[in-house]
Design a protein around this ligand. Structure first.
Ligand SMILES: Cc1cc2nc3c(=O)[nH]c(=O)nc-3n(C[C@H](O)[C@H](O)[C@H](O)COP(=O)(O)OP(=O)(O)OC[C@H]3O[C@@H](n4cnc5c(N)ncnc54)[C@H](O)[C@@H]3O)c2cc1C
Length: 486
């Protein structure tokens, strides 16, 4: 046990829990929970979230030492049990080397812990989020009858839907179980498009694709991807080096320069209109192992991100709004269309919108990824009848220079929520209000009920969860009379 200030990857969170524990076994974890029954508890993975989800004021449990991976061949397939703190990259490597299997879904990076990734609905493109595939969750919590710390195994029904993406509110996830899938290969190539319809039409051929709306040229680059039965390309290693040196390193160094030194808007326009397109080799089709093709080294340079999910039927109008809004923030007072203006007025957002004009220049491509509907209660693509698309907005400004981005993110979240039912990623910048959360997530009240059966006094929550997810608005769980914000 010790005390220190904890910071996250994005350096936008810093908090000093009274106690920090890093248990090595379930027995040690239960002993810690039994010794500290009067404290509020939060577990963390690798602190790659930007939202306040991992913040702990009293007791922090760092799960990094609980990372065992067990693989079993069962009649139905390959079953994996993985310790909560295991990083995704370690899990992928053990699965591939030991059994030539892999995870059914991965995000852009593999630095996260398994429990951290599922707790916020981490996703890639073309599949469900990882949470959806989780078939068993073992959770350390308190027995409501005896008050003793116990492990509960959750493997079905609404409890499993809740545990698949729980923001840590059910208790401390100890391990998760899921079916692995056979390792597979992915083919990828880049293509430029003028219009969103053409990009979406290509999804039929490339179900795993993601694409980028390029700011200041407002065209699209699609990273067409599909699963193939084919050998690795002869030049796959060369492609990986090209990708690493050009995109992971050179591109991001340039964006950092544009965000921190050459900040005038003309530099960023020139870069996206004239230089960036030249770095993309179009039509070069490369086949390689799934996890090599689907991830990148996006964690190399510190940044901050908000990501908003909209359903397929709202995607085109959302992208049009994003273009207008980014131009407006950059100082183009005529960018907002009359229809958008009317909608802003109807929702009482006009004054805030006016204040943002000229307050923020966006300097990073907007990545758009498709996420299939999840069988969970509160992950961002849960409860949808159609696929969701996650639109991501990233800033490489210095942590001390992010005021413009924060105002932009706040307005983006609010406006996309009321205009398009947009849901912000729980793990990224998440300025969601309790009222919007209640409206956007139809199963939120069921999630709260299940949390209450696991944790009646709210010991596994923090202020942010109490406020946004539980709608308590500053009331302690014990004193709160009602549940939903009105
Ligand atoms: C560079 C970068 C790239 C990213 N790319 C993607 C991406 O492609 N797709 C995507 O969806 N997201 C992405 N993210 C977001 C990231 O996947 C999520 O924020 C994820 O939750 C972080 O996992 P973590 O292990 O760091 O968890 P933390 O940030 O430490 O915790 C996240 C949440 O999980 C809870 N938690 C963690 N461990 C436990 C446990 N054992 N028991 C109970 N609760 C627990 C915490 O309390 C907190 O609520 C990215 C983030 C970064 C920094």
């Amino acid at each position: 046990m010790f005390q220190r200030t904890v910071t996250n990857f994005g350096r936008n969170l810093a908090f000093t829990p009274r106690e920090i524990y890093s248990p090595q076994s379930e027995a040690e974890l239960l002993a810690v929970l039994n010794a500290c029954r009067d404290r509020r508890v939060r577990a963390i993975g690798r602190l790659h979230s930007w939202s306040a989800a991992p913040v702990a004021d009293e007791m922090l449990i760092d799960m990094r030492q609980m990372h065992n991976v067990t693989v079993e061949q069962r009649a139905e397939g390959t079953w994996v049990t993985v310790g909560a703190g295991c990083q995704i990259k370690r899990l992928l490597s053990e699965l591939e080397q030991g059994s030539n299997v892999t995870l059914p879904s991965v995000g852009l990076i593999t630095e996260q812990s398994v429990a951290g990734a599922i707790s916020t609905g981490t996703h890639g493109s073309g599949k469900h989020s990882l949470s959806h595939y989780i078939a068993e969750v073992r959770i350390a919590t308190y027995d409501p009858a005896t008050g003793e710390a116990i492990i509960r195994v959750i493997s079905e029904g609404a409890e499993l839907q809740a545990a698949r993406c729980s923001l840590g509110a059910l208790g401390v996830v100890v391990s998760v179980g899921l079916w692995a899938r056979a390792q597979y290969r992915v083919e990828e190539h880049f293509k430029r498009y003028d219009a969103i319809d053409e990009v979406l039409a290509a999804e039929e051929d490339y179900p795993l694709q993601q694409f980028f709306l390029i700011p200041w040229s407002w065209d699209y680059f699609a990273q067409h991807r599909r699963e193939v039965i084919a050998d690795h390309s002869r030049l796959a290693t060369l492609y990986r080096w090209y990708f690493f040196l050009v995109f992971d390193i050179a591109f991001h160094l340039t964006v950092r320069l544009l965000s921190r030194v050459l900040r005038h808007r003309w530099f960023v326009r020139g870069f996206y209109r004239w230089i960036a397109p030249l770095t993309v080799i179009r039509g070069w089709k490369v086949v390689d192992t799934s996890q090599k093709m689907l991830v990148m080294e996006h964690e190399l340079f510190r940044h901050i991100e908000i990501e908003v999910f909209v359903q397929r039927s709202r995607l085109t109008e959302s992208l049009s709004f994003v273009e207008q809004f980014l131009k407006h923030c950059d100082g183009d007072a005529s960018a907002i269309s009359p229809a958008t203006q009317t909608a802003m007025q109807a929702h009482g957002l006009q004054d805030d919108l006016d204040r943002l004009c000229g307050g923020y220049t966006h300097r990073y491509q907007i990545c758009v990824r498709k996420v299939l509907p999840d069988d969970t209660l509160i992950s961002m693509s849960s409860g949808a009848a159609e696929p969701s698309y996650a639109l991501s907005f990233i800033s490489y400004e210095r942590p001390t220079q992010r005021q413009g981005f924060q105002m932009f993110a706040q307005f983006l979240c609010r406006s996309m929520s009321v205009l398009f039912d947009g849901r912000p990623h729980w793990g990224k910048v998440c300025p969601l209000t309790a009222m919007d959360a209640d409206r956007l997530y139809q199963e939120l009240s069921r999630f709260r009920e299940i949390c209450r059966t696991f944790d009646p006094s709210g010991r596994f929550r923090n202020d942010w969860l109490d406020d946004v997810v539980f709608g308590l608005g500053g009331l302690s769980p014990a004193n709160a009379a009602g549940d939903s914000p009105s």
